[in-house]
Design a binder for this molecule. Structure first.
Ligand code: SIN
Length: 313
């Protein structure tokens, strides 16, 4: 079975990418992972200027998960172009640049700087970081802002444009529809869920910023439900993210409606997880005589009449 396929205008050799913020800029790990066996790499969010991010502590372990409050620390787009793109150009997997910004102008500026580079196959737009005062959630929880950012970026690139959505809203599908209406090629579902942890002895919060973004297996059922909701609302592809640690998890996301998945937090445990998961999906399809992985997308069968469930979404 040859898996190579096109999703949202991206040609991928398989349906497993590594998520932004969990794989650096993709160039640090080749001694640990054969990156060319991944469907793609999504870079850490890039902003116009370098950012130091939030003060420590900005990571806390939680049951089956992790809280982070990195605050979009990154090297800035100039250094990325000078120091990272030459190495990324040698990869055969798709490299997707994730962009974060505190204004519409900044999103546009970063995208315009990256767009000419052949090494960048497409863009994922972070409108969902819960750890910054400007941008992030303040954009991602405002449908008009999501639509405006998508519209302005769409005008500036012909490359695949994905909008990474926050689950910290009542109906995520409304935000997916806003992105779709202004020309997004796909939506990435989901970014982290706002959470908090306290050290009971010091009575201090475990993160310097009090709250942070929860990721890891703890959020997988929530992410699956959001993918299912969005898949039923939009026509553009959904990229599923949230607590994936195995090929079985990935297949669940495909069945819920994801056309491809991103492995995130689990990369910190097993950096080569994305490759193993891609191989696992392939073997599963072979064992099940599924000739095209795409046949799994959205193929979930509800235990009861779907119309009942849909009225809840
Ligand atoms: C961060 O840098 O704070 C995490 C990125 C994100 O949640 O989008």
């Amino acid at each position: 079975m040859h898996e190579s396929f096109t999703v949202a205008g991206l040609t991928l050799q398989n349906r497993v990418l590594v998520a932004s913020g969990t794989f650096g800029y993709g160039d640090e790990v080749p001694q640990l992972v054969d990156v060319n066996k991944l469907g793609g790499i999504v870079t850490k969010s890039l902003s116009m200027k370098p950012r130091d991010g939030n003060p420590a502590p900005r990571i806390a372990e939680t049951p089956s998960g992790m809280l982070n409050s990195i605050g979009l620390a990154n090297i800035g787009v100039k250094k990325f172009i000078e120091e990272k793109i030459p190495k990324l150009s040698t990869f055969s997997c798709a490299v997707i640049a994730n962009i974060a910004a505190s204004s519409v102008e900044e999103y546009c500026g970063v995208l315009e700087k990256l767009d000419p580079f052949e090494a960048i196959a497409g863009f994922e737009i972070n409108v969902s970081c819960p750890n910054v005062k400007e941008g992030g959630l303040s954009f991602g929880t405002d449908k008009e802002k999501v639509a405006l950012i998508t519209k302005e970026l769409r005008r500036r690139t012909k490359k695949p444009l994905m909008i990474k959505l926050t689950p910290n809203v009542t109906h995520i599908s409304e935000f997916a529809l806003a992105a779709e209406s202004e020309g997004a090629d796909a939506v990435s579902v989901i970014n982290t869920i706002i959470g908090m942890a306290i050290d009971i002895r010091t009575r201090k919060t475990k993160l310097s910023t009090v709250t942070g973004g929860l990721s890891g297996p703890a959020i997988k059922p929530i992410a699956l439900a959001k993918v299912y909701e969005v898949y039923r609302a939009v026509k553009i592809p959904v990229i599923g993210i949230g607590g994936i640690t195995s090929w079985e998890d990935a297949v669940e996301f495909l069945l819920a409606g994801a056309s491809a998945v991103q492995v995130g937090t689990y990369n910190f445990v097993v950096p080569s997880a994305g490759v193993t998961i891609a191989e696992g999906i392939k073997s599963f399809c072979e064992q099940q005589s599924i000739s095209d992985v795409g046949k799994l997308v959205g193929a979930v069968e509800a235990k009861r009449d779907l119309s009942v469930i849909e009225s809840w979404l």
